[in-house]
Design a binder for this molecule. Structure first.
Ligand code: TYD
Length: 204
């Protein structure tokens, strides 16, 4: 039997509420007796967290932003994600490469082929086993964002930016329905936890 753990990612526009559900997903898996590593992108390693600070607060070109996202991702994979999976742990990440397609391609307008080239280089075919996409209409996400703490560089973007990000996420979910499961993030937390439990059951 393979020792390999599974890799689960959470995605959604800023304000969709995915961070609220990260702890639930991790606790649910721990309840099944799994070792769980919780992490995030950009970030997850000391270098990645330093890059995150820059990415969230420093003005830069879209291409610089994309390259730094993948620089952080390469370190994250090599130092944290792949070693954890190899020892049998399950890894739950707040965002991964779908966010690059949604934000840098959908949001910023970088051609998808550039992201695909970096993905092929850095991931060599590696992809999440399950991606939970928390989807909400732009106005709901906007209301949740403005209620939250000081906005970073992404959170200050216009509504049209987030509409493009959302549509890019939904296009990806349509192209890969087995991996990317869309959850209606307007549902109550209790409803979403029930839906999450069912999805995780299918994977465990
Ligand atoms: P986010 O995950 O929303 O964290 P928090 O809940 O602390 O605000 O913030 C990360 C930001 O980085 C988010 O706005 C999306 C952006 N991002 C990209 O643009 N591309 C990527 O590839 C990744 C991983 C994140």
């Amino acid at each position: 039997m393979s020792m390999q753990g599974k890799f689960i990612t959470l995605e959604g526009v800023d304000g969709a509420g995915k961070s609220t559900h990260l702890g639930f997903v991790a606790d649910w898996l721990r309840g099944q007796g799994r070792e769980v590593v919780v992490t995030r992108e950009p970030g997850g390693t000391p270098l990645g967290e330093t890059l995150r600070e820059l990415l969230l607060h420093q003005h830069m070109d879209p291409d610089t932003e994309l390259l730094l996202m993948f620089a952080a991702r390469q370190a994250h994979l090599a130092q944290l994600i792949l070693p954890a999976l190899a020892r049998g742990a399950w890894v739950v990440s707040d965002r991964f490469t779908d966010a690059s397609y949604a934000y840098q391609c959908g949001g910023r307008g970088i051609p998808a082929e550039r992201i695909a080239a970096l993905e092929a280089w850095v991931q060599r075919g590696f992809a999440p086993d399950l991606t939970l996409l928390f989807d909400v209409p732009p106005e709901v996400a906007e209301a949740r964002r403005s209620a939250a703490r000081a906005a970073d560089r992404f959170e200050r973007e216009a509504d049209s930016f987030f509409s493009r990000v959302r549509n890019a996420y939904l296009d990806r979910a349509q192209a890969e329905p087995a991996r990317i499961r869309v959850l209606d993030a307007r549902h109550t937390i209790a409803e979403l936890q029930m839906e999450l439990g069912q999805l995780l059951q299918g994977l465990a």
